[in-house]
Write a protein that binds this ligand. Structure first.
Ligand code: CO8
Length: 259
C-alpha cells in the first residue's frame, strides 16, 4: 500500500500504520482521512494482517485536525470534513481485528480521538493527551464527547474537554485512557509484543469479543447481555473452540486456525 500521508508495513501477522505528516506534527487533513479510510479497507481484506498497530512515529502521535484547513472552513465544509473523519475513524473502531495505538509525544484533539478508536492504547513516558478544541472556539468532533466519555466517564471527559489542558502519561494511565506507559525506546517493542500475543489468539473469538464490547457500549445492559449470550454459544460451533478446550485437556498449547 502506497500513501502520501501514511506508511504501512507488515510482518509476522502484524500490520503497522504510521501517520506521516511530520512537518505538520501529523495534523490530520482530508487527504489523510481518505487514505486512512482506504488503508482500513485494505487491512480488513488482508488475511496476512491479524493485528494492527497505529502509531505516529517516535516524536508525535498527532497534533489534531488540520487547523490550517479548518481555519478557512464554513459549516458546510466542516460538515463534510467531519463526516469523512467519522467514516474513516469508524472503520478503525469496527475493524474485525484488534487495533493497538502506540502513542509517543502529543495526542491532541483529533489525534487523541483517533487513539480512542483503537482497542488498546499504550504510550511512552513522554506522551501527552489533550482535547484542546475549546481553545479554538469549537468542541471535539471526532468522538471526543462520546468515545472519551464512555472510556473514562463523563466527569473526567468534561474536565479534559472544558479546560482543554494537556495531561501527562501517568495521568492518562490513572484515568484508564491508556493501559500501559513504557520508556520511549520501548514503545514499539511493547506494542509488537502485545500484538504478537493477540496474533496467537483465536481470531474468531477475538472478533466477536470486540463486537460484543463495542455493541454493549451503545445499548442497554439487557441487550448487551443478550448479545453476549448469543455469540458465546455461537463460538461452540467453531473448530478453534474445540481445539482450545482439547488442548487444555491434553495439557498442550492450542494451535488456532481461525475457523
Ligand atoms: N493543524 C495544522 N498544523 C499544525 C497543527 C494542527 N493541528 N499542529 C501543529 N501544526 C503545525 C504548525 O502550524 C507548524 O507549522 P509551520 O512550521 O508551518 O509553522 C508545525 O506544525 C510545528 O508546530 P509548532 O511550531 O506549533 O510546534 P511547537 O512544538 O511549538 O508546538 C503544539 C506544538 C503545542 C502541538 C502546537 O503546534 C499546537 O498547539 N498545535 C495545535 C494543537 C491543537 O489545538 N489541536 C487540536 C486541533 S482541533 C481538532 O483536532 C479537532 C478536529 C476535529 C476533527 C478531527 C479530524 C481528524
Amino acid at each position: 500500500m502506497e500513501f502520501k500521508t501514511l506508511l504501512f508495513e507488515k510482518d509476522a501477522g502484524i500490520g503497522i500504520l504510521t501517520l506521516n505528516r511530520p512537518k505538520q506534527l501529523n495534523a490530520i487533513n482530508g487527504e489523510m482521512l481518505t487514505e486512512l479510510s482506504n488503508a482500513m479497507d485494505n487491512i480488513a481484506a488482508d488475511d496476512e494482517v491479524k493485528v494492527l498497530i497505529i502509531t505516529g512515529g517516535e516524536k508525535v502521535f498527532a497534533a489534531g485536525g488540520d487547523i490550517a484547513f479548518m481555519s478557512g472552513a464554513d459549516s458546510l465544509t466542516a460538515e463534510s470534513f467531519i463526516a469523512l473523519c467519522h467514516q474513516a475513524f469508524d472503520k478503525v473502531a469496527n475493524l474485525e481485528k484488534p487495533v493497538i495505538a502506540a502513542i509517543a509525544g502529543m495526542a491532541l484533539g483529533g489525534g487523541c480521538e483517533l487513539s480512542l478508536c483503537c482497542d488498546i492504547r499504550i504510550c511512552s513516558e513522554n506522551a501527552t493527551f489533550a482535547q484542546p478544541e475549546i481553545n479554538l472556539g469549537i468542541i471535539p468532533g471526532a468522538g471526543g464527547t462520546q468515545r472519551l466519555a464512555r472510556l473514562i466517564g463523563p466527569g473526567w471527559c468534561k474536565y479534559l474537554t472544558m479546560l482543554g489542558d494537556p495531561i501527562d502519561a501517568d495521568t492518562a494511565l490513572r484515568l484508564g485512557l491508556v493501559a500501559k506507559v513504557v520508556p520511549p525506546d520501548q514503545l514499539m517493542t511493547e506494542a509488537k509484543k502485545i500484538a504478537a500475543k493477540l496474533a496467537a489468539k483465536p481470531p474468531g473469538a477475538l472478533r466477536v469479543l470486540k463486537k460484543a464490547i463495542n455493541y454493549g457500549m451503545n445499548v442497554d445492559l439487557a441487550s448487551g447481555l443478550a448479545f453476549e449470550q448469543k455469540v458465546f454459544a455461537l463460538l461452540f460451533s467453531t473448530q478453534d473452540q474445540k481445539e482450545g478446550m482439547k488442548a487444555f485437556m491434553e495439557k498442550r498449547k492450542p494451535v488456532y486456525k481461525g475457523r
